[in-house]
Design a protein around this ligand. Structure first.
Ligand SMILES: Nc1ncnc2c1ncn2[C@@H]1O[C@H](COP(=O)(O)OP(=O)(O)O)[C@@H](O)[C@H]1O
Ligand SMILES: [Mg+2]
Length: 243
C-alpha cells in the first residue's frame, strides 16, 4: 500500500503545487486520480516515483517513507512507472523489448527466463508475437508490450499517467485488460486518467483532486454513479445518455 501524508511539492522557486495531499492507494487494487487540468495529478505521480523531491509530508510504501529517495532507489523497491508512448525499441523483437525490463537484474538469467515465461502466459500477445519486431505492432499491442516489460521486475506498485492518451477505443479496451491483469498479479495500481469514465469504470477506488488538494476519496463505482459527478467533470448539465 502507498500512503501520501500531508504531501507538499512544487517546482523550482514557484509556490507549492501540492498543498497537503492525503490519500492511500490500496494493495492489489486500482486507484484512479481524476480532476481538472493542472490539479496536480501528474505531480503526485512524480513525487511517488522520485522524479520530484517532496517539500513536506510523506510517501509511505508499507512502513517506509520513500519520499525524497532517488528514482533508482524507488525503482529497486518495486515502484515502476510505465512509460507512455514510444517506450519500445522498434527494431528489437517483442521478446527482446520485454526482457529489457529486467536490465538492472540482467545477470540473473535463470530468474529472468522464468519470469519471461510467466509473463508470456499472462499476456498471450507476447507469446504469439515474440519474434516479431516491435515496429510491426499496433498502438494497443505496443502498450501491452510496455506493460509486460514493466512486469519483468515483479513490481509492487505500477504508476500510470494518462495511459489512454492517443489510443482508439479498441486499443483502450486492450489496455484496460492489461491493467486488470496487473491487479490480478497482486500489483497496486495508481493511475491518472483524463478519460474519467474509462478510469472510474476500471478502478476500484477514486481520488478527486483540484488545486493541489484532495477533494474526495471513495469507491470509483459510487463516484461514477453520483449525479454530482456530471457537474464536477462535464459542466453544469450532466451528459445526455445516448442509447
Ligand atoms: N516541470 C514543471 N515546472 C513548473 N511547473 C510545473 C511543472 N509541471 C507542472 N507544473 C505546474 O504544476 C501544476 C500541476 O501540474 P500537473 O501535476 O501536471 O497537473 P495535472 O496532471 O493534474 O494536469 C500546473 O499548474 C502546472 O503548470
Ligand atoms: Mg497530468
Amino acid at each position: 500500500m502507498i500512503t501520501f501524508q500531508n504531501l507538499v511539492a512544487g517546482y523550482g522557486r514557484a509556490g507549492d503545487i501540492l498543498r497537503g495531499v492525503d490519500f492511500s492507494a490500496a494493495e492489489s487494487a486500482i486507484t484512479c486520480i481524476v480532476g481538472p487540468n493542472g490539479a496536480g495529478k501528474s505531480t503526485v505521480l512524480k513525487a511517488c516515483s522520485g522524479l520530484l523531491q517532496p517539500r513536506g509530508g510523506q510517501v509511505m510504501l508499507g512502513d517506509e517513507d520513500i519520499g525524497g529517495r532517488s528514482p533508482a532507489q524507488i525503482l529497486r523497491r518495486g515502484v515502476v512507472q510505465v512509460p507512455q508512448h514510444n517506450g519500445l525499441f522498434p527494431s528489437l523483437t517483442v521478446r527482446e523489448n520485454v526482457m529489457l525490463g529486467a536490465y538492472v537484474n540482467r545477470r540473473e538469467r535463470e530468474r529472468n527466463r522464468r519470469r519471461y515465461t510467466e509473463i508470456a502466459e499472462l499476456y498471450p500477445l507476447i507469446a504469439e508475437r515474440a519474434d516479431d519486431k516491435a515496429a510491426s505492432l499496433s498502438g494497443g499491442q505496443r502498450r501491452t508490450v510496455e506493460f509486460a516489460r514493466a512486469l519483468m521486475l515483479t513490481p509492487r506498485v505500477v504508476l500510470l499517467d494518462e495511459p489512454t492518451l492517443g489510443l482508439d477505443p479498441k486499443a483502450s479496451k486492450q489496455l484496460a485488460d492489461s491493467i486488470t491483469t496487473l491487479k490480478q498479479e497482486g500489483v497496486t495500481v495508481l493511475m491518472v486518467e483524463q478519460n474519467v469514465r474509462f478510469g472510474l469504470t476500471l478502478a476500484d477506488h477514486a481520488v478527486v483532486m483540484e488545486g493541489g488538494r484532495v477533494l474526495h476519496t471513495g469507491s470509483a463505482g459510487a463516484l461514477l454513479a453520483d449525479p454530482d459527478m456530471g457537474r464536477l467533470f462535464f459542466g453544469a448539465a450532466p451528459p445526455q445518455e445516448t442509447s
